[in-house]
Design a protein. Structure first.
Length: 122
C-alpha cells in the first residue's frame, strides 16, 4: 500500500499558486477544515487505497481514489479547473464532479473524485 498519498496530493495543490490565490491562502485541509466558516476552501480525503497489481503473490501496485471537495459561497468553477490541472499532473483522472448546494451552510459544494493506479517501488 502506498501510504504517503495524502501528503503528495496536498503538497501539489499547495504548489499551484493560481489555486492558492483563488482560495485566498493555504486553505487546503485533510478531512475537514479547523474553521468550517472559512471559505473558499478545499477539504480532501482518500476514498480507496487498495492493492491492484500482483506479482509472485505480492502486491506491486495500488488503486487510489481521492476526493477533493471545494466549498465556496460563490462559483467553484475556477477553483475546480485548477484542482483538475493539478490532479492530472499527478497522473490521476477525474471520475466524477458534482455541483451541490448545502442549504444549512449556504455554501456551494463541488466534490470531485480522482482515480489512479500506481506501481509500488521496492
Amino acid at each position: 500500500m502506498i501510504t504517503d498519498v495524502k501528503s503528495i496530493v496536498r503538497a501539489a495543490l499547495l504548489d499551484n499558486a493560481a489555486l492558492v490565490a483563488l482560495l485566498g491562502g493555504h486553505r487546503i485541509y485533510q478531512l475537514r477544515a479547523p474553521n468550517a466558516s472559512e471559505q473558499p476552501r478545499i477539504d480532501f480525503f482518500e476514498v480507496v487505497n487498495r492493492d491492484s497489481e500482483f506479482a509472485d503473490n505480492q502486491s506491486i501496485g495500488s488503486e487510489i481514489v481521492m476526493q477533493i471537495s471545494i466549498f465556496s459561497s460563490g462559483s467553484t468553477s475556477a477553483i475546480a479547473g485548477e484542482v483538475d490541472r493539478t490532479m492530472k499532473s499527478l497522473g490521476y483522472f477525474r471520475t466524477s464532479a458534482v455541483d451541490q448546494y448545502e442549504p444549512d451552510t449556504g455554501l456551494f459544494h463541488k466534490p470531485m473524485r480522482y482515480r489512479k493506479n500506481q506501481q509500488e517501488i521496492y
